[in-house]
Design a protein around this ligand. Structure first.
Ligand code: SF4
Length: 471
């Protein structure tokens, strides 16, 4: 039977989470010409910039109100008013997002009120200025991303008239890499479905080398598109915990049907995404996608002898972990430990339901850290670890291969360009996992199976167990 635990320890050791403003900033990078102001101390802007630059390998520009001891005592209103005005005068952005931080929330700055005052005093500055509540004590980077999307859905789309449709589908990809968004774009082109992205940082955070460097990187969803998103046929959120709430806002405010799907990792989840597109638009799944699906099935069949029965530990963002459990199970592996830093009873319930459906037994851990996972792995070894770069130390200590997925991947290059979604993304993961298993020093068999094999089978001179090769 699967179990769910929540960490009671008041300190995190080797945490898997990043801070909340990072999520809002990341999603805001998907709006063309927008700028984020971080209302807090300089460190609250430096840390996200540093973290994002190491993952995306792009310059990350974020403004800060640079709060100090004095503003901490007397309030940061004047700094924020000056910051919005400076940003407007210097860059003329299309939209400004103000993220709060632990500091500005704790001192109680009324950010929506300050923005309102600015807009009243500057009626000529006619751009959306939104605020997102992102102190890190209310959640993680996932919370920040999700709240930004919800704020956009509530404030930017224009009122729509009944029956006045733009013929597009709103897609909320959630926390993914630029490579994933490009892969999703390919799937949607194959399905011939016009899309409105909420939001799209596939170019802004994975751009080219331009000389001279443009003021704002090319790409991203425009504010005009965001305003038009209230006229779409439907909204699909590809992650329940990042964008699911925004999809509900579109349903409630604009009567747009909301489809909240599992992240399209693996065969079944990608099938579900494409079938949903067909349901909404009536368009069939293209022959090329059918062929790609068949290739993924073939890849799973070709590799099953290396992967079947191997135990996996997976950590990271809630939707990512959910999708990877399904994919590894499709490959015949046994997900054993799953961990996220986010605290969510709904996620725990979702994981129990998934484990029951797949017939596996999971140790489900939430609001916890890699120290906890390490303890579990010591007590019950696994064959594979999947998650971001912070798990490197567990991988080294326990001699278990680490498949790098999620955010941040900072000790390797190019992972932000790779896709793990769709059939192609799943094929990439199947290859990556199988090669990692095959590369394990000295053996093609697993930690799990090794003990049994040492007992039952002579390690030298053993041939094919089935006799099929005559060994
Ligand atoms: S103080 Fe809060 S918002 Fe600022 S960097 Fe630290 S966790 Fe993030």
């Amino acid at each position: 039977m699967s179990t769910v635990m929540k960490q009671d320890r008041l300190v995190a050791i080797n945490p898997t989470r990043s801070c909340a403003p990072i999520g809002a900033m990341l999603s805001a990078f998907g709006v063309h010409g927008s700028i984020t102001i971080n209302h807090g101390s300089q460190g609250c802007a430096t840390y996200p910039r540093h973290q994002m630059a190491r993952h995306f390998r792009e310059p990350i520009e974020v403004a800060t109100t640079s709060l100090t001891e004095k503003t901490t005592v007397y309030g940061g209103k004047e700094n924020l008013l000056a910051a919005i005005e400076n940003i407007w005068n210097r860059f003329h952005p299309t939209m400004i997002t103000v993220c709060s931080t632990c500091l500005s929330e704790t001192i109680g700055d009324d950010i929506p009120g300050i923005i309102e005052e600015f807009q009243t005093n500057h009626p000529d500055i006619d751009i959306p200025i939104i605020s997102v509540k992102t102190p890190s004590y209310i959640g993680t980077h996932i919370t920040g991303f999700d709240l930004f999307l919800k704020e956009v859905a509530m404030r930017i789309p224009l009122k729509s008239r009944k029956g006045d449709s733009n013929g597009k589908v709103n897609i909320i990809p959630g926390w993914v890499n630029p490579g994933d968004i490009r892969e999703l774009k390919w799937l949607l082109r194959e399905m011939d479905v016009p899309v409105l992205w909420l939001t799209d940082y596939s170019d802004t955070l994975d751009g080219g080398y331009y000389d001279p460097r443009p003021h704002f990187p090319p790409g991203g969803t425009t504010v005009a598109e965001l305003q038009d998103s209230s006229r779409s046929l439907a909204t699909i959120a590809l992650q329940k915990y990042v964008g699911g709430e925004a999809a509900k806002v579109y349903k409630k405010r604009h009567n747009i049907p909301a489809y909240i799907l599992p992240m399209p990792i693996g065969l079944a989840n990608t099938d579900k995404f494409l079938e949903t597109l067909t349901e909404i638009t009536g368009k069939p799944i293209s022959p090329e996608l059918e062929r790609e699906r068949a290739r993924l099935l073939d890849a799973i069949v070709d590799t099953h002898m290396f992967n079947t029965g191997l135990k996996v530990a997976i950590y990271g963002d809630p939707d990512l972990v959910h999708g990877l459990v399904r994919l590894t199970t499709e490959m015949g592996m046994i997900p054993r430990f799953v961990l996220t830093a986010t605290e969510s009873k709904a996620w725990g319930d979702d994981m129990v339901a998934l484990a029951d459906e797949l017939g596996i037994e999971l140790d489900i851990m939430m609001r916890t850290d890699l120290h906890e996972l390490h303890k579990r792995m010591k007590a019950e070894p696994v064959d594979l670890l999947m998650g971001h770069s912070k798990g490197k130390f567990l991988s080294d200590a326990e001699h278990v291969p680490l498949i790098r997925v999620g955010f941040p991947v900072e000790d390797r290059f190019g992972y932000h360009r790779r896709a793990i979604v769709g059939y192609k993304g799943a094929m990439y993961l199947v290859d990556e996992i199988t090669n990692a298993i095959m590369e394990r020093r000295g053996s093609l068999v697993s930690n799990t199976l090794m003990a049994e094999m040492e007992e039952d089978i002579p390690m030298n001179g053993g041939g094919c167990g089935s006799g099929g090769c005559g060994g």
